[in-house]
Ligand binder design. Structure first.
Ligand code: FAS
Ligand code: PHB
Length: 393
């Protein structure tokens, strides 16, 4: 069976970027078709980000999917940074007049998916890796095969929302495309456990043996991370080894009261900083992880995807409603301006909090002096808070 479709915007990828874009376009009467490599069940089962900037919560409300995040999201007015037993609370509310919301990306994706399905938007799932994008001067074609059917989509534009390992970035000619990357010499082992969170706020811990972090999804569901070697596999990490490592890296008074229990999910994510320039070419526009990656230390990955979609959805609405291409032309530069500032912040937080084996003792002294200055300088703390709550769109 062959599916031949015509739509306004073809969207590659049904993660948060692709789903949010589809929903926002539909609310403005602009049609889209989504092509997804995996099954929707797989997409909805992913456990990733946890912190939403206010701008991202506002975007969910703009997409008319803000009910659950408003009622179930955990509002956080601050977070802690610890160095050994030294603790520093960054008071976001006092420093910036706003906080962040802890609401798992899994829930964000579910909320968006249910809205997109209620829009009767076509999602072609299980499309695999062989989807092809053909750009021409006045339209685009997206073709491929899923177990259910071959598909041939003709659209005015294509949005590449297919993440770091997607195909859409390759549609930008290699002689035009520049890629900037920093690969960190460690990863994050993430664990989900049905235990009481270590604290009511997120704790970022730096220790001479490595980084650890305490987060949560609700009062009985904790999310923890520990820095681990890049080539480690989850099989290398028993629950016992994980809890012992986490406790070692937390301040002793937090470690002593930590409730431990069996992990219900365990995964290892590599850490990298990555940006593709430009984020558009002819009629393809790249958004979210397809265009950039940040180490999760600054809680920016998902939030950057949302600001990309703010710019791109506004630009597409401008085109379809007023035949005005100016915002589409300006999309890449405008998105990259905010992306690079988030890349800087995420790189800085990662550099401040992690153990870099190959670095000399001077580097470790610099890290400690940076933390000491942060503890002593309200202005430095405000600069950190300004980035953490999210820079303006
Ligand atoms: P996504 O990667 O979420 O979605 C892309 C979609 O495109 C996927 O569904 C994929 O299956 C699909 N796709 C890929 N190739 C395709 C193809 N050829 N054809 C069709 N579809 C294709 N951010 C944080 O802020 N905090 C965190 O703790 C955090 N942890 C993370 C852990 C991991 C393992 C990863 C990978 C990312 C993490 N992130 C975190 C970042 C993450 O939250 C992203 O920023 C967010 O998923 C971005 O959303 P999308 O741009 O939609 O990309
Ligand atoms: C999470 O809760 O998964 C989380 C929170 C903050 C981060 C990264 C991940 O910086």
């Amino acid at each position: 069976m062959k599916l031949t479709l015509k739509t306004d915007v073809a969207i590659i990828g049904s993660g948060p970027s692709g789903l949010l874009l589809s929903r926002l376009l539909k609310l403005k009467g602009i049609s889209s078709v989504i092509v997804e490599r995996q099954s929707i069940t797989h997409v909805l089962s992913r456990i990733r980000a946890g912190v939403l900037e206010q701008g991202s919560v506002n975007m969910m409300r703009r997409a008319e999917v803000g009910t659950r995040v408003s009622s179930e999201g955990l509002r956080h007015d601050g977070f802690q940074i610890t160095y050994g037993d030294r603790e520093l609370r960054i008071d976001l509310q006092k420093l910036m007049g706003k906080g962040v919301t802890v609401y798992g990306q899994t829930e964000v994706t579910k909320d968006l998916y249910h809205a997109v399905i209620s829009d009767n938007t076509q999602i072609i799932e299980n499309a695999g890796d062989d989807t092809a994008i053909t750009l021409s001067s006045d339209h685009v074609k997206v073709t491929g095969v899923s177990p259910e059917c071959a598909f041939d989509i003709e659209a005015k534009f294509v949005a590449g929302c297919d993440g770091y390992r997607g195909i859409s970035r390759q549609a930008i000619p290699v002689d035009i495309r520049q890629e900037f990357e920093r690969i960190y010499p460690f990863g994050w082992l993430g664990v989900l456990s049905e235990t009481k969170p270590a604290d009511h706020e997120i704790i970022y811990s730096s220790h001479e043996n490595g980084f650890a972090m305490c987060s949560m999804r609700n009062a009985n569901l904790s999310r923890y991370y520990v820095q681990c070697p890049t080539n480690d596999r989850t099989d290398d990490w028993s629950d016992e080894r994980f809890w012992a490592t986490l406790k070692e890296r937390l301040p002793s008074q937090i470690a002593q009261s930590l409730e431990i229990g069996p992990s219900i999910e365990k995964s290892i994510a590599p850490l990298r900083s990555f940006v593709c320039e430009p984020l558009s070419h002819q009629r393809i526009f790249i958004a979210g992880d397809a265009g950039h990656i940040v180490p999760p230390t600054g809680a920016k990955g998902l939030n950057l995807a949302f600001s990309d979609i703010f710019y791109l959805s506004n630009a597409l609405v401008q085109y379809f409603s007023k035949n005005d291409e100016s915002e589409l032309t300006g999309y890449s530069d405008r998105a990259l301006a905010r992306i690079w500032k988030a890349e800087r912040f995420s790189w800085w937080m990662t550099s401040l909090l992690h153990k870099f084996d190959e670095e000399d003792r001077f580097a470790e002294k610099m890290r400690r002096a940076e933390f000491q200055f942060l503890c002593e300088s309200p202005d430095f703390q405000r600069a950190l808070a300004e980035n953490y709550v999210g820079l303006p769109y």
